[in-house]
Design a protein around this ligand. Sequence first.
Ligand SMILES: [Zn+2]
Length: 258
Amino acid sequence: MRMFDTHCHLALLYQDPIEQIRVIDDAKRSGVICLANISTNLLDFNSSYRNTKNILNIYHTVGLSPSEVNNPGKDWESKLEEALSMHGVVGVGEIGLDYFHKYGDRNAQIEFFIRQLEIASNMNLPVTIHNRQAGEDMKNILRTKISHGGIMHCFSEDIEFAKEMINLGLYISFAGNLTYRNAKNLHKVAKEVPIEYLLIETDSPFLTPHGFRGKRNQPAYMSDTLNFLAELREMKVEELAEILFQNSLKVFKIKDIK
Ligand SMILES: [Zn+2]
């Protein structure tokens, strides 16, 4: 059985290169043979990319998350484009809108998000999107600004929202919080999302799945979310794992894995 963690943050897990490589080794031993290392700013991208770029089947995305809106740094757009053109970089993200944390005003977040969607579009890249309490603005923006598909990561909205996103070419990804007993609404959505648009992720170091509670999340813990989802959808784990693996390759346009 092989798995693909479509969203983990190596630089937030550890800054130390040896620890980052250990996380990847542990993941591979657990069956997570591919992962997407998501960077939320250029500094984290530069360090984690340098540390892990030569490891087989490790992919990267980079974008400036809403937390960076007030301080993206000098020449951030050209630096982002440069990062996005590097080998093994498969998408823009995470980028998005976060009205929960109030990182700067709404208009500034929207403008910052749209600018990066345009960069993704110009470079023919999929996007990894963060959405927290910004559903309406998110829908309105994506209706005209999405062009090469991508992922609604750590999905938290309802099935109608999921269907709208799927119509725009986006995949719906569930993180470890899917396994929480009180996440009844999420369970319902995860059961109904068409399987060809379904993905899973860890979002590590955040959102540790129920089976590993008390520990800091890491890609090696993704099987807990997979098992939970298989039970929810009444499928064989192996069968679901392979479908999700293929979906992951598809969304990131990865042709061959070694
Ligand atoms: Zn994330």
